[in-house]
Design a protein. Sequence first.
Lengths: 834, 292
Amino acid sequence: MASQTQSTDLFGPDPTQDPLAWYKPDDARADMFASAPDDVGAAWRTFATGLTRLPGGLRQAQEWVDRQVADLGLAFRVTGDVEERSWPLSPLPIMIGAAEWAQLEQGLVQRACLLEALLADIYGPQNLIAEGHLPAAAISGSADFARRMVGLSPADGRHLKVVAMDLARGPTGEWRVLSDRVRLPTGIGYALENRIALSRATGPLLADINTRRISEFFNAMREGVAASCKRSDPRIGLLTPGRFNQSYPEQAHLARHLGFSLVEGRDLVEQDGRIYVRTIAGLKRIDALWRWINTRDIDPLAFDSRSRIGVPNILNACASGDLVMANWPGAGVVESRVMSAFMPRLCRTLLGEELRLPNAATWWCGQRREREHVRANFDNLVVSPAFRLPVEGLEDGRTCVIADADSPQREAIFTAMERRPMDYVGQELVRTSTTPVLNGQVIEPHAFTVRVYLARDGAGRWTAMPGGFARISDDGSLRHALIGENDRSTDVLVIDPAGSEHTANPPKLDPPAVRRQQGVLPSQAADNLFWLGRYAERANQTTRLVRVLLDTGHATGRALQPAGATTSARRISALLERLGAAYGGGDGKEKTPAEIAQAALSDISLPGSVASLLSSGRQLSLLLRDRLTHDIWRIVNRPLPACGDDADSLGASCDLLVERFASLGRLLADTMTRGPGWTFQQMGLRVERASMILQSTIALVPGEASAEDLAALLDLVDGQSTYRSRYLTMPYIAPVLDMVLLDPAQPRGLAFQVEQIISHLSTLPNLRDDGMPETPLRLARSLRAWLDAADATDLEPSDLEHWRGALGHLSNEIGKRYFLNETLPGSDGAPFLA
Amino acid sequence: MMYKIRHDTKLSYGTGVATARLNIRLKPVEWPGQRLIDHSLDVTPPPAERRDGYGPYVVNTTSLLFRDGVKEVSVNNAMKIEVAPPPIPNTSPTIAETRDAALTSRGLDPLSPAPYLYGSRIAVPESRIADWAAPLLSPDRPVLEAAQALCTQIHEDFKYDSTATDSQTAPAEAFEDKSGVCQDFAHVMIVALRGHGIPASYISGYLRTLPPPGMDKLVGADAMHAWAAVWCGPDLGWIGLDPTNDCLARESHVVVAMGRDYADVAPIDGVFTGAAFQKMSFAVDVAEIDEE
């Protein structure tokens, strides 16, 4: 003890003992750590010290956390991005003591109740408007005000099931609401994933400092939605706008975590006031939807007729009470900034209470007195669009700190306010607290805001997630997006110090009934799994073709000449060309096998190249995020190995790829639940492998073939050693064709694939009442019958063409029967069936 | 004035569609000075479902559902209607007074001013249009007089050209080209008025086919017509102005529906599933008949 004190005196505190010892914000009151009560401050120190013990210490803490984030597959898009970015999570969380949280929570719950009461009036009797508590024009300006919903109340009376609020902590420690978010609680999935990543990165640290768990919150939320459903074991969907949406990855994570089906509008259909999801077993009823699409897009018949992501007449299902919708269409009207101006008064009117948690003081310029106030105090205020839409002078739809604006902009806003005062609000400037942030090895104060989440539990009571999603801004500015270009996120922890009186009182939960079936497979997921299987296998087979090309062409290493000669290499390169994996020889310049191989592997402008096929597979895996494990996800997203320009390094790349496909296959076999999802992935694989075997045979054995051609074909199906041990001679046509096409014992042969397709089809639900097999199964059986009856010694090329046609027909019929009708014949299906 | 109106529409779907859902907005709403004596909306083939409703703006909507590979739908809208518009007031409140009255109004019903104060799907705010109209719309000018001046200005500055635009053309585009059809002129007028905080709406309706003796044939009589309405304070309410013909909407105009813009009152829209396209043809006749 004594020596430590001494060293502190001489050299200052030891940073490995307490990295926060040197943290000195300018204003201690305005900092989360510096103003924390002793027990919470101690938790903070314990955590920061714990970071120094991570592999690599404090210096590499960020890298360590980044690796957990990457492993979780956490990603996001900034609007306009095509590729996803990895998620920026800062290793040092924000900590709030249980006492401070309890007070905050009361304010949050009150506000959620207030928003609910406000919606019930706006879409109900509209007393607030008639009695002059809320001007009609403060509502009609919101793009989220859905007139059609007036008079249509939810069956359980609850417009809101999940809400989010953005909070800022002021310089004296008081919390304020910056905005309410009831349309989309974006960030809720990231809050969950941040916690998982942080907990994986720091081991027992979170538990050591008594962090309150957030998992109960998600269970409560699921029960809250389920409790409103009419059926006791409801089917709940998360309605997503689709994979191009900015928060699609978050939606997929949430759906998987909560056990909701991830559905798009085209998966659903309305019939007689109910909503059904199209599945491989026909239409199945959906009881509740957590919608992540805007009200105006949910129903092209009731709202915007141009919407392609909604469900026609879904409003009818809401109105009939057979569909629970979280949140209710039109709820977004309470998000307008203008509402902040009325909240204190509305709280008194609707709840008979004072507002516990203030929002930023707000003046709506649509009112004469308030307009005068904003004009008189113009330079001390923040001016914003009243309804979160771009307006004159604020074309980006953002807030303007008038004191920071240049004079033309100041003038422009002032003048525009004369013409349309109702479009503007003035707000006090909210200053924010700071929190310690790790930059490299240094811990520095940064401004932050926190998004918190509330949901109703099974009894309908509001419960807050203990913690939230914090955004740390680089430059101190407040942006509207969830996360901006250089922003970082961090976790928010609620700390229950040992012996605290505020120990968590988690919502009571009932365990689910044990079940084995995962629920029905939506047609669209079946479609995606099938095509994922096909793309992966096509990439696999193309790689094998390239490898054989390199082997057979290797002897010369020169261009494939003379023109017209039928070497095996020429036959394979012609097949690659037909598959869209090689350029036509139209330019008169013959290419070397290495040049052809390089393009076939890595040229993204060739639709059939391995690079293109993998990219298509990745796009599909995005759609299947809720169904694939993290390990599969990682393997699918691994970049293409480097492809050099010499035959040796290209051959090595092929070997690497073939190994990767094999490990993907093993992972799928080891981890996918045996059920319809697995069946469709496997059928895709089998159909594709069968098709590639036929095409390769047709290309290499067009009636006649050299020993080299036959050897190449055997290589493609891994049949060289079997052939040699079976026949003890060089390859001849009939024995080779029998092995490759007709022998059902060869796992890479055609007959085996057909056998597998039949057994998979037999496990799928039959929709016919008469007990007869459905068309796909019938077609597969007839193909098997032809193979069974065929004799390899008198096979004609026309037989092979006939089987290829039958296989294409079978694939189409599988699509017609099990997938969404509109997507067939799909544009991406065509090149495969040519 | 008594009219007999026939409006026949035919929708063709080529190869036939699995399901088609249509919203038809052709039955005239109740409107000051209008008396609907007789009305029928006949649809062939008979739809699987048919629902009639009102709202959410001043519009009657008939929702139809067709199943089983329908190839062609015909909609026949027929009515007898009397039009006797109330007199036009001599004075109206100023623009500033109108704006304040709209902002303090206490209702959200379809005829109240608040829903018509802000931008809507097609009538998107456009500062160039607001600036262009600014000299006509000073805050101390009576609102109806100002709106009439605006109506005249549009009639003078814009060219009627039925090939220039379609039903989804943005007002900014028509303004840029200074050409379009009745719908575009109405949208430009709405955007100009709203740009100055004046409630303005879009009206779809019919126009008499044959002009009164000694007068020119009105433009827009061979199809459905569209014009704008301006809210002139709680006492006067909505008054229609037709920028295509530079006149007040009076006994030659039959109001069918009022909304924020075309999208709220589109005569026919909907969705269909199946690999098909939709083609539409129509015929309109608005005949003046002797009062019985």
